[in-house]
Design a protein around this ligand. Structure first.
Ligand code: NDP
Length: 259
């Protein structure tokens, strides 16, 4: 996806995938410094552990407590979190989040990133709905302490009904991710109405059951490819200073996931 953008814009850059376990993380970051890399992405399980090897954190990465994108600035590696920013970009293309109310399923890393960025963008209310109470309450407390948004927690047991007045519904759990593509959220679809925007973080497959059912109800939908593409666009901007074309990146991802 990233190299498709480099090729499209004739950028003489490379994006290299390396599998780095937690025991080699310190050496990997030292290596990136030694080789003069402009930065790197990191995925699970390294998103939290990597922080100790960096020189500083961006504002939202500090609150989220996780980094998926390191950026070299003045010879320092600064940790950013572009997952939530990528989601916010997709959301903002459809509606202005300011003053809106959101129900968010999940309380893991993706939910943390989305919750923090959307709260900082001015959502009025977030309801965190999560299966495990500990994780759900931990995220609720974090959002209450670090953002001005009103945040409630509800334990997810049984079919959840979306309250009237909700503007945005987000699945930020891993339900529906390949290969478990038939999985469904325990959600009463009768409570989902056409005035709601429904988003899913699952990029593979992008047309999850939730997206298909919400679309059939007439909702505006955002699939997980939007978030994935936009975090890539933001990362490339951080590293190269160039705004790349998201359409080229999305097309490449669709080609990859179709196979
Ligand atoms: P985590 O493991 O940190 O969190 C998983 C969350 O899903 C938890 O809240 C967990 O609840 C919940 N969950 C998992 N299975 C079930 C289930 N059967 N029933 C109810 N709740 C469930 O994962 P991440 O937050 O890092 O990632 C979540 C998803 O987001 C992944 O599928 C990933 O692919 C996607 N993602 C997409 C991105 C994109 O750019 N599109 C970027 C980042 C992530 P509990 O606390 O009860 O265990």
């Amino acid at each position: 996806m990233v190299e498709a953008a480099y090729r499209h814009h004739d950028l003489d850059w490379r994006y290299i995938n390396c599998e780095v376990g937690p025991d080699k993380l310190a050496d990997a970051v030292r290596g990136a410094r030694a080789m003069g890399w402009a930065g790197f992405n990191c995925s699970l399980p390294n998103k939290v552990e990597v922080i100790q090897y960096l020189d500083g954190l961006g504002e939202s990465a500090k609150i989220i407590g996780a980094v998926n994108c390191a950026v070299r600035r003045d010879d320092q590696f600064i940790g950013e979190n572009t997952d939530g920013k990528g989601f916010l970009e997709s959301l903002s293309e459809k509606i202005d989040p300011a003053g809106k109310s959101m129900v968010m399923f999940g309380a893991g890393g993706a939910a943390r990133a989305i919750g923090v960025e959307t709260a900082l963008a001015g959502l009025t209310k977030i309801t965190v709905v999560n299966r495990s109470v500990d994780r759900g309450q931990e995220l609720t407390t974090l959002l209450r302490e670090k953002t001005p948004t009103e945040v409630n927690f509800e334990q997810w047991n049984g079919e959840y009904r979306i309250p009237d007045g909700t503007d945005i519904v987000v699945n930020s759990t891993s339900i529906g991710l390949f290969p478990d593509i038939d999985a469904r959220l325990a959600l009463d679809m009768d409570s989902v109405t056409s005035n709601m925007l429904v988003a899913d973080v699952i990029p593979n497959p992008p047309r999850t059951n939730l997206i298909q059912e919400a679309e059939a109800k007439g909702c505006t939908v955002i699939d997980g490819l939007g978030m994935l593409v936009n975090q890539g666009v933001i990362g490339i901007k951080y590293w190269t200073g160039i705004d790349v074309n998201p359409t080229v990146m999305r097309a490449k991802l669709e080609e990859i996931f179709a196979n």
